[in-house]
Design a protein around this ligand. Structure first.
Ligand code: FAD
Ligand code: FES
Length: 385
């Protein structure tokens, strides 16, 4: 008799062994009825309805939205994680992730802090249209950018660019409010001091707590400014923190900041495993990315056939996911940065460009799946959702 086709997949025997181990030693949760599912859903809800209970002005381009739960319950999170907001704007059903800027010990609400992006669809809506009392739809908390006491040093050197300060605000508030045994050096790069989100709060925490060191770094300081200025270079970091050992480095900010700061840290001899980077969306100018084929221009438009049905137009300079969303094709998403793999689609024919460093599973590569949030069409294509 012919073997069933699934037995031919790589790893089939391993999976069978794991199932047998699980049957032999594992707990049969079905005995608990649906209570386990309920607990899991409480901790990891796929969707939540949140109410805007407060809007706080931060800087001229930034506001904080305080969000409470409709049913009084918010799942716990780790300082540094984010939620994705889902909405329909200008006929496009889309989502954007925002780091939770309030600390996890504050269980009554989440805060997210939004900076305006010029011509940005969602940031402008959240800043200009959303009012107190409005309802927003979100994912549960997600993301890998948090301090793990098993692996990470007790001294954190945090490097933030612009709105990249938000996860660090959450971490610092938790450290001081819960008396955690951890020290922080926080470098916050901004064009000018007026742009620095949470500046007064962070300065006051730094003045009051020995283990919190807040170090704003201003690129274009006004006359008479006395603090650190210029870019966040390796020399500036070493001078401020002294001994580099026993410290883990955390970066959150725009791509340009990573391109500059990571080599600076490497020049200081910081090993890669001590440098942790938050994902920060798809690259803004993908055509400048190393490896982008010169023959393809950002405004080139390709035909993408979806699920063997209708064909949509997709611009080379825009993630495939955005083209699908603009044409009413719903793609599950959370991080929009290539990390969570929610947005996988199968490429039947045609090519996409994927920037280096996106963690795609080996089996996905083998069977032609890509993360559509960070895949850019390079020719006419057929995709399966
Ligand atoms: C894990 C994660 C956490 C995030 N947390 C925060 C947060 O706490 N606060 C916050 O304000 N934002 C945060 N962001 C960014 C946020 O998700 C949106 O990308 C941002 O608000 C812009 O969305 P938009 O719809 O306004 O712009 P879009 O309409 O998506 O983009 C418009 C144009 O601006 C460019 N662009 C997009 N984002 C940026 C940017 N950040 N800076 C400069 N140019 C950009 C795009 O390439 C595009 O050309 C986070 C992103 C990630 C991945
Ligand atoms: S939405 Fe997370 S990988 Fe694309």
């Amino acid at each position: 008799m012919k073997k069933p086709v699934f037995e031919e997949f790589d790893g089939y025997n391993g999976i069978v062994e794991e199932i047998e181990t699980s049957r032999k030693y594992g707990t049969d949760y079905s005995a608990y009825g649906d209570s386990v599912d309920k607990q899991i859903n409480l901790l990891h809800p796929t969707r939540m309805k949140l109410r805007v209970s407060e809007i706080i002005d931060e800087t001229s381009s930034t506001k904080t939205l305080r969000l409470t739960s409709q049913d009084g319950y918010l799942p716990p999170f780790l300082a540094g994680q984010y939620i994705a907001l889902f909405m329909e704007l200008s006929g496009i059903r889309t989502s954007r992730p925002y780091s939770i800027s309030s600390p996890p010990n504050q269980t009554g609400f989440y805060e997210i802090t939004i900076r305006r992006v010029e011509d940005g669809l969602v940031s402008n809506y959240l800043l200009d249209e959303v009012k107190k009392g409005d309802e927003l739809e979100s994912s549960g908390p997600a993301g890998q950018f948090y301090h793990n006491p098993l692996f990470h040093d007790k001294t954190m050197v945090c490097i933030a660019g612009g709105s990249g300060i938000t996860p660090f605000r959450s971490m610092i508030r938790e450290i001081v409010e819960c008396g955690l045994e951890r020290s922080v050096y926080l470098f916050h790069g901004n064009k000018n001091l007026n742009d620095a989100i949470s500046h007064d709060e962070l300065r006051s925490l730094s003045d009051s707590f020995e283990n919190i060191n807040y170090l704003p770094v201003i690129e274009e300081p006004s006359d008479g400014y006395q603090g650190l200025s210029g870019l966040i270079t390796g020399d500036l970091i070493r001078e401020a923190i002294g001994d580099l050992t026993g410290k883990t480095f955390y970066l959150c900010g725009p791509q340009g900041m990573y391109d500059f700061c990571v080599p600076e840290l490497e020049k200081l001899g910081i090993p890669k495993r001590k440098i942790r980077k938050e994902v920060y969306g798809a690259p803004a100018n993908i055509c400048d990315y190393p490896g982008w084929p010169e023959r393809v221009k950002a405004d080139d438009v390709f035909a993408v056939q979806v699920d063997g049905g209708p064909t949509i137009e997709a611009r080379a300079g825009e993630p495939l996911m955005l083209a699908l969303e603009k044409n009413g094709v719903l793609i599950p998403s959370i991080c929009r940065s290539g990390e969570c793999s929610m947005c996988r689609v199968k490429i039947q024919s045609g090519k996409v460009f994927q920037p280096g460093g996106v963690p795609v599973r080996k089996s996905d590569v083998q069977f032609g799946y890509v993360h559509s949030c960070v895949s850019y069409p390079l020719e006419d294509m057929e995709v399966l959702i």
